[in-house]
Design a binder for this molecule. Structure first.
Ligand SMILES: [Zn+2]
Length: 300
C-alpha cells in the first residue's frame, strides 16, 4: 500500500502542470497585479507618492523572500539626467534583488518596469497590463527561485521611469553591479496579461539565434501562442528597442522581450485589472518561467 501511494505521488510530481501549479502562486500573482494597479497607487508616475508605494511594496517582497542586493534596501537611486548613482531620495529608483547561483556566477537579468503614467485631472492611468503585469510576474519568479536555488545567479530589476524614456534601464546599465559580460540573457516583460488573439510575443531571437533553443521547446508545449518575432524581420514590427531591453541590446547583450500587442486600453485610464485576462496572464507567466527553467538546464 505504502509503495503504491509513493508511486502515485511520484507520478503527480512528474506531471509538469502539477509541478508548476506548486511553484507559481497564482493567487499571489493576482494579488500583486491588483495592488500595483489599484487607484491607491495613483498610476505610479515616477517621483509620485504612488510610485513610492510601489517601490516599498516590491522592496518588502524582496526582503520577505530573503533576496539580497548590491544596493542598500534594494534601492538604486538615479538622476533623471545622467543615470549615475545618487543617494538622493528625491530621485527615481530601481528596485534590485539578487539570488546567487549554486553553480555559476553567470547572470540571468529579469526586468520589468513598475512605473506608469500617473494621473491627468480626475483620470488615473492604472497601468494594470502596462506594467503591473510584468512586475507581478517578476515577483513570482523571485519567489520561485528563492524556494528553488538556481544554478545561475538571478538579478531581479523592477525598473522606474520607463515611460519617460527607458531611464531606469539606462541607469541600471550605467551602474551595473557586476561585470556586464556575466549577463547571459536579459528577460524583459512589459504587458503580458491580455491578448485577444491568445498570442504572446518573444522578441529578440532574430538578433540572438542562440536563444531559440530556450523558446522553441516551450512554444511546442504551450496552450498560448508563443510567437517568435516582431524583432524587425521582413514585414514585421520591430520591438527591438520598444522597452527596457533596448539599452542592453545596444550593448549586444542577448535579450528576450515578452509582450502582447497594443490594445484598446493601452496608455488609457481603462488599463485596469478587471480588463486583464487572468487565464492568459497566468499561462503567460508560467510560460516565461518555463523558459527560465529551460535556460537553467543549459550547462555552461
Ligand atoms: Zn510599459
Amino acid at each position: 500500500m505504502k509503495t503504491v501511494r509513493k508511486a502515485i505521488l511520484f507520478l503527480f510530481l512528474l506531471a509538469p502542470g502539477f509541478l508548476i501549479g506548486q511553484v507559481l502562486d497564482k493567487e499571489q500573482l493576482i494579488k500583486d497585479i491588483t495592488y500595483l494597479s489599484s487607484p491607491k497607487l495613483e498610476g505610479r508616475a515616477t517621483l509620485s507618492e504612488g510610485n513610492r508605494l510601489a517601490q516599498s511594496y516590491i522592496a518588502e517582497r524582496f526582503h520577505d523572500l530573503e533576496l539580497t542586493s548590491q544596493f542598500q534596501d534594494f534601492i538604486q537611486y538615479f538622476t533623471m539626467k545622467g543615470g549615475r548613482r545618487t543617494q538622493d531620495q528625491q530621485n527615481p529608483a530601481n528596485i534590485i534583488g539578487f539570488i546567487p547561483g549554486s553553480e555559476t556566477d553567470t547572470l540571468i537579468l529579469v526586468m520589468a518596469h513598475y512605473d506608469h503614467l500617473g494621473t491627468k485631472g480626475k483620470d488615473i492611468f492604472l497601468g494594470a497590463d502596462d506594467n503591473a503585469s510584468g512586475t507581478a510576474a517578476l515577483l513570482a519568479f523571485a519567489a520561485h527561485f528563492s524556494q528553488h536555488r538556481p544554478k545561475h545567479s538571478y538579478l531581479f530589476a523592477a525598473l522606474d521611469a520607463e515611460e519617460l524614456g527607458l531611464l531606469g534601464s539606462k541607469a541600471l546599465l550605467a551602474d551595473f553591479p557586476f561585470p556586464l559580460d556575466l549577463v547571459k540573457v536579459v528577460v524583459n516583460m512589459d504587458m503580458i496579461s491580455r491578448s485577444e488573439t491568445n498570442r504572446l510575443y518573444a522578441v529578440g531571437s532574430r538578433h540572438y539565434p542562440q536563444l531559440k533553443k530556450y523558446l522553441l521547446p516551450i512554444k511546442e508545449n504551450s496552450s498560448i501562442d508563443l510567437y517568435l518575432g516582431n524583432d524587425g524581420g521582413t514585414g514585421e514590427k520591430d520591438w527591438s528597442n520598444a522597452s527596457d531591453h533596448g539599452p542592453f541590446h545596444a550593448k549586444s547583450i542577448p535579450f528576450i522581450y515578452f509582450g502582447v500587442d497594443d490594445h484598446e486600453d493601452y496608455h488609457k485610464p481603462t488599463d485596469s485589472v478587471d480588463r486583464i485576462d487572468p487565464d492568459f496572464y497566468t499561462k503567460a507567466t508560467e510560460l516565461i518561467l518555463q523558459v527560465l527553467l529551460q535556460i537553467e538546464r543549459d550547462i555552461l
